[in-house]
Write a protein that binds this ligand. Structure first.
Ligand code: 13P
Ligand code: SF4
Length: 321
């Protein structure tokens, strides 16, 4: 085994048993070689499994960071180790580059909760009210929007428009959570994240009872009653930053499971208490299909130019803030 591979395994050994590593190591070595050959990079969301996050990614982060990095990517090929809307966002920002999605079925319950025609109906019902669209949506929905936001900048985006009322779609919980922090009136949609909506306030209270002193960090896609029980709420990057800055002795991340695994590698001094919920969409991405994407050039993201131009405007307006 090369020194780089041994180092990779060292980082993730708590999560990958030794008998599984040889097969994964072969994929890791091949992905690293193919990236070099094709001038490709792998952008990986914080919810990727540790072997992807720690062994083959060039950039890791939350949706906002991945969009920013995609905008600056100095590569011919971008492989998105994340879900479909993230690959579309990367393509919007890099129309001339090849953006590859290792599994086109890696969707998102939020993105599936709303269509472009729903947005047009909302606008008709609320004439003149600007539409802010969470990045967890299709390019077609973004194309109907004034500006995008992520969980990392939602309050700033809402307040940047200088209006008393906005339409914020499609996550009803993100909308309710930001409504508590701003005087801007929020008109919401009924979408929800199937991973975060399953957490309950009772669960958090039980965790505190069983783990005295535990610090509870929650994603703002959780219901407001869950966020209300947490010590801190923020995007996946904001949670990572909290752990980095405050180094709590014991923490629980009320979010997708791989997030705590990935942070545990970087912060062995912090004890991460589970539970967590798996995102079935994120978990579709594997070393095997990242390797296949690089080998075959499939599946490439394509967005019709006229629609892409309108969707890009909404994403770029957010990034310019
Ligand atoms: P972040 O932008 O906070 O990484 O969230 C993306 C996501 O899909 C959370 O479920
Ligand atoms: Fe979508 Fe929720 Fe999965 Fe994030 S965790 S990709 S919001 S379903």
């Amino acid at each position: 085994m090369s020194a780089a591979l041994a180092d990779g395994y060292d980082r993730i050994r708590r999560f990958v048993p030794p008998f599984e590593w040889p097969a994964l190591a072969e994929d890791v070595a091949e992905i690293v070689r193919l990236k070099r050959e094709k001038n490709a990079i792998v952008l990986a969301h914080n919810y990727m499994s540790p072997e992807i996050f720690h062994c083959v990614s060039d950039v890791v982060g939350d949706s906002l960071a991945l969009a920013r990095e995609a905008q600056q990517a100095d590569a011919d090929v971008i492989v998105m180790a994340g879900v479909h809307f993230m690959a579309e966002t990367a393509k919007l920002l890099n129309p001339d580059k090849t953006v590859l999605m290792p599994d086109m079925h890696a969707g998102c319950s939020l993105a599936e909760s709303i269509t472009a025609s729903d947005v047009r109906s909302l606008r008709a019902r609320h004439p003149g009210v600007p539409v802010i669209t969470y990045v967890n949506t299709s390019a077609a929905v973004k194309a109907e929007s004034d500006i995008c936001c992520t969980s990392g900048n939602v309050k700033r985006v809402v307040e940047s428009l200088g209006v008393p009322e906005v339409i914020l779609i499609p996550d009803k919980y993100l909308a309710a959570n930001v409504a508590r922090e701003t005087h801007v009136r929020i008109i919401a949609w009924q979408g929800a994240c199937e991973v975060h909506e399953r957490f309950t306030p009772r669960q958090i209270r039980g965790l505190r009872r069983d783990n005295p002193g535990v610090v509870v960090l929650a994603h703002p896609e959780c219901p407001p009653e869950v966020v209300g029980e947490a010590d801190f709420a923020g995007s996946t990057a904001a949670m990572a930053d909290y752990v980095e800055r405050r180094a709590p002795a014991k923490a629980v991340l009320i979010t997708e499971c791989s997030m705590a695994d990935n942070l545990a590698v970087l912060h062995p001094e912090v004890e991460f208490v589970r539970p967590c919920n798996l995102c079935p969409h994120m978990k579709r991405i594997t070393l095997g299909n990242i390797r296949r994407a690089l080998e075959t050039g499939e599946t490439e993201i394509a967005i019709a130019p006229e629609l892409a131009a309108r969707a890009r405007r909404a994403v770029e307006r957010m990034l310019a803030l």
